[in-house]
Design a protein around this ligand. Sequence first.
Ligand code: ADP
Ligand code: MG
Length: 243
Amino acid sequence: MSRKQRTGDSGEKGGPEGEATRQMVVMRNATRTFQMGSKEVHALKAVNMTLPAGKMASIQGPSGSGKTTLLNLIGAMDVPTSGSVKVAGQDLGRLSEESLTEFRRRNVGFIFQFFNLIGTLNAIENVLVPVMFDENPRVDRALSLLEQVGLGDRWDHRPAQLSGGERQRLAVARALINDPPLVLADEPTGNLDHDTGEDILGLFTDLVKEGRTVIVVTHDIEVAAKGDITYVLRDGAMIEQED
Ligand code: ADP
Ligand code: MG
């Protein structure tokens, strides 16, 4: 199935023809405010963002500037306090909890800084975690993804038996099990040495060649330079969006 068909299938209604496939992310005045006791934390302040599909983008900014909050909105892990977040043509602020879960399953692959692998499962079992309640867990697909990330011969290794770079490659394979059009990575090279980080970025470049959209949160300017577009956050505000 082509990416275009799949994005279309995720239920765009009423939007301009083809918008879902042209723009992966459209954010308008999106805010996210957390209530901490009597204090309000303005994690995101009226953020606007437009990201075409099929690109690699980076989100930069100092610690606490709102990068993870922004990524969580894009990945339907969270909804905005006000404003709109449209991803793959869907207005996420209008979806029910159940529809958000379904949206994530169909559209989003997540990769985290600390890998979030399950230590008691081997590599192929970790790749299959997102689909473990499916009727037909795709073992063949899991194996071919492990091959794609260079871990075909390590399928029965547990995370503790893998190097940091191998664990992150395993996390990439797991993120791809549902063949998502959008891949989100939160500081994926933060715990890796330079060369290993470069390997992971190489994998991301391959994902873009396959037609996916990749968004990488990073502190690293070198990592950001690999992307087509860089967004810069400062204190919850988008201060720069450059091509
Ligand atoms: P970054 O990823 O750039 O380090 P975050 O998005 O994690 O920044 O956080 C942005 C701001 O929002 C910070 O001030 C943080 O403390 C606050 N914040 C994030 N998540 C929550 C939450 N669940 N509850 C309260 N405050 C939060
Ligand atoms: Mg963060």
